[in-house]
Design a protein around this ligand. Structure first.
Ligand code: MN
Length: 293
């Protein structure tokens, strides 16, 4: 009798525990935002899409595309351009990139002399009115690289590709030569020390249009995930080092430190409308996207 009674109690406890687990699981699921699976859309080329080399997407964006960017000509304001050197989300209405994404390692950097070979991007579909190098002149804004030439100066082709006008956003000189440059140099120093860095950099907002064509962003942002000692992206976890900044595109900030502009990835997601790293398990995103360091 006693054995039977104990078995009954054990069964009741198990049932109660099971009910609790289902309830708790539902509560957790309710609190998590829906998962965005943008990369999946790339595996199904849409009409008009150029062929996309998915291995290049995996190289530069192993954690997923942060918005609805596709290689679909009918998606002109989030149009994917990708090469071995970096990926671009181009915005035809803004005539600027939404963002650029690239993997940075020691091997990407060399000693080539900078050659300012600014030129229009002939990968854009016919009739898209590409930006020409002279379009910025007289505007008071510099042609600001999203993917910097110094991150790609191991090869002539790599460096030249950073001078495509699809990689440029109008930046104030003080931002471009100030805190923005300091963060670029910080990341290159980390890469020289053997870190692998996944960078996404972009722009949002609009103060005006140059020549009625090129949007001048209010803000320029960057997020980076940093992996030591050749660790692969699959090693991402709650302790992965993360840097996110949001910088105003204004004058008078040249002397400022990049660290003055540090924010959480989550705050940057709110400001840009992007979901960074959609392929990282949601519970890990919840940890590393709310950390400032
Ligand atoms: Mn995210």
């Amino acid at each position: 009798m006693k054995v039977l009674k104990n078995a009954k109690i054990a069964a009741l406890i198990l049932i109660a525990a099971a009910i609790f687990c289902v309830w708790a699981g539902k509560r957790i699921a309710e609190k998590l935002p829906p998962r965005v699976e943008n990369v999946d859309s790339l595996t199904v080329p849409k009409s008009g899409a150029k062929d996309v080399d998915l291995s290049l997407i995996e190289k530069h964006l192993p954690f997923g595309i942060p918005d609805g960017t596709t290689a679909d000509i009918n998606n002109p304001n989030s149009y994917l351009l990708v090469s071995e050197h970096f990926a671009i989300s181009y915005n035809r209405s803004r005539s600027t990139p939404n963002w650029a994404a690239w993997r940075l390692t020691r091997a990407d950097m060399g000693k080539l002399r900078r050659e300012d070979s600014y030129r229009p991007d002939d990968r854009l579909p016919n009739g898209w009115n590409p930006v020409f190098p002279g379009d910025f002149s007289g505007s008071g804004f510099t042609r600001g690289h999203l993917c910097p030439n110094s991150d790609r100066d191991a090869t002539t082709e790599g460096m030249a590709s950073t001078f495509l006008m699809t990689n440029m956003v109008p930046q104030t000189y003080d931002l471009n030569a100030g805190p923005w440059l300091k963060l670029e140099e910080h990341l290159r120093n980390l890469a020289r020390r053997g870190n692998t860095i996944y960078v996404v950099a972009g722009a949002y907002g609009e103060t005006k249009k140059i020549r009625g064509k090129i949007s001048v962003p209010t803000n320029i942002w960057k997020v980076a995930l940093i992996f030591p000692d050749g660790q692969p992206p699959a090693n991402v976890n709650g302790k992965t080092k993360v840097i996110a900044v949001d910088m105003p595109n204004i004058s008078g900030i040249k002397a400022n430190n990049w660290k003055d502009y540090r924010i959480s990835v989550r705050d940057l997601e709110r400001r840009t409308g992007n979901d960074f790293f959609p392929l990282i398990p949601r519970e890990i995103q919840e940890i590393l996207e709310v950390r400032i360091k």
